[in-house]
Write a protein that binds this ligand. Structure first.
Ligand SMILES: Nc1ncnc2c1ncn2[C@@H]1O[C@H](COP(=O)(O)OP(=O)(O)O)[C@@H](O)[C@H]1O
Ligand SMILES: [Mg+2]
Length: 382
């Protein structure tokens, strides 16, 4: 018996199928590390849950560290706000710095914390809050953040990784983007970069908050192609001396449909169904079929939970999309099914995108984010 090498619901150890993303980020890291320059655009990889954003961002982080950059990680959405989170995480990398660099950086971090309303050690009151109307506090926050970034790169380039960026507070996002705007405008010799990940609503959400959309580079993260799925499936087993038969592979990939979370889930379920095989044994089609039954119960629970969290109008919209099959559906077709104008769709559309159930696809169409959900919706209907 060997424990499963698969990672359903956990950060993936390897990220096959993401060569393009990694090549782009490697190139940015060269700008940063070899040329010592600012990476002027904030990269945002976006996709629904389960597509591997966090795993990819962790891989960016590993590569940046391996090439000598200091890295800090923030999962946006905490109450203190994005900038306070960044300030706190930059503070954690000050320990090993030369004394004068450390002192200077810590002072600037404290100034930044004050400017965004987080009390530093030196403040008497914990109720200090800057005014929040207008852009002024964000502009001064941006200056303070810029000073932190400049001080932080004294010894090593800095990479800031922001997960769940769609959940960042609007003010924090504006501050970050203004700071990047300033750094870019005032000369690019500051080796710093921001790589972020978010849900499919990230571009719309951010565009509604900041005007400098050209400061951000949005990259949709798609499903895995077949070869990448096979690597994710076979590779970890092979490392443990276990072989997947071809019919088992074909069946597992038909179930996963390129969705990274499902690749891990079906592989893990099949592994368990095969009795957690010893080296020298194989995973057969029957193990995948048994694994699928086990996995289906989990999936139904997940789908049911999401379905019951929807309002009646959202459910009607989901049903109208599902009616057209599993692929992308145009707004006009959805409106026709609902017997309504496409303007009527805006509210449920936005809510369902925010919930991560559907996402915008090519040419104004909408599609489900998770394979199998359309079928579940069709079944729930009857
Ligand atoms: N490139 C990949 N190949 C195979 N599995 C992956 C890949 N990337 C992520 N996964 C797996 O997919 C699931 C979702 O990954 P995660 O990074 O948490 O996605 P997200 O942050 O988009 O929700 C996890 O079970 C993870 O192990
Ligand atoms: Mg994630």
């Amino acid at each position: 018996m060997q424990p499963s090498p698969y990672t359903p619901g956990e950060v993936a150890r390897i990220v096959p199928g993401r060569a393009r993303q990694l090549a782009e980020v490697d190139e940015r890291l060269s700008t940063l590390i070899d040329l010592g320059r600012l990476v002027g655009r904030i990269r945002v990889d976006h996709a629904a849950r389960g597509f591997g954003k966090t795993s990819l961002l962790r891989e960016y982080q590993r590569r940046a560290s391996a090439r000598g950059a200091a890295t800090v990680w923030v999962t946006a959405g905490e109450e203190q706000g994005l900038i306070a989170q960044i300030a706190a995480s930059v503070h954690t990398i000050t320990d090993g710095l030369a004394e004068h660099v450390k002192t200077g950086l810590r002072e600037r971090i404290e100034t930044l914390q004050l400017s965004v309303g987080v009390p530093g050690i030196a403040t008497a009151t914990s109720t200090f809050r800057p005014p929040t109307d207008g852009d002024r506090p964000e502009q001064s926050g941006a200056r303070a953040l810029e000073a932190v970034i400049r001080a932080a790169v004294a010894e090593r380039p800095l990479v800031i990784l922001i997960d769940e960026i769609q959940s960042a507070d609007p003010s924090g996002l504006r501050t970050l983007v203004y700071a990047w705007q300033h750094l870019q405008a005032e000369g690019a010799d500051v080796p710093a970069a921001v790589f972020a990940a978010g849900l499919p609503n990230a571009p719309e959400t951010i565009a509604g908050i900041v005007t400098f959309s050209e400061r951000l580079a949005y990259r949709p993260l798609g499903p895995l192609h077949r070869e990448a799925e096979e690597i994710a499936l076979i590779g970890p087993a092979r490392a443990l001396g276990v072989h997947w038969t071809q019919p088992a592979v074909d069946r597992a990939l038909a179930i996963a449909q390129g969705y990274p979370y499902f690749v891990q889930l079906i592989a893990d379920s099949a592994w368990t169904a095969a009795g957690r095989p010893d080296p020298g044994s194989a995973i057969e089609l029957s193990a995948v079929e048994h694994g699928r039954d086990a996995m289906q119960a989990d999936l139904d629970a997940l789908f049911r939970a999401r379905w019951s969290a929807c309002s009646p109008s959202e459910r009607r919209m989901l049903a109208a999309i599902a009616e057209h099959g599993d692929g992308p559906v145009s707004r006009a077709a959805i409106a026709a099914s609902l017997n309504t104008g496409s303007n009527q769709l805006s509210t449920p559309r936005a809510r369902l995108i925010d919930k991560g159930l559907i996402q915008p696809a090519d040419r104004g169409t909408l599609e489900f984010t998770i394979p199998g959900f359309a079928a579940f919706v069709r079944d729930s209907e009857t």
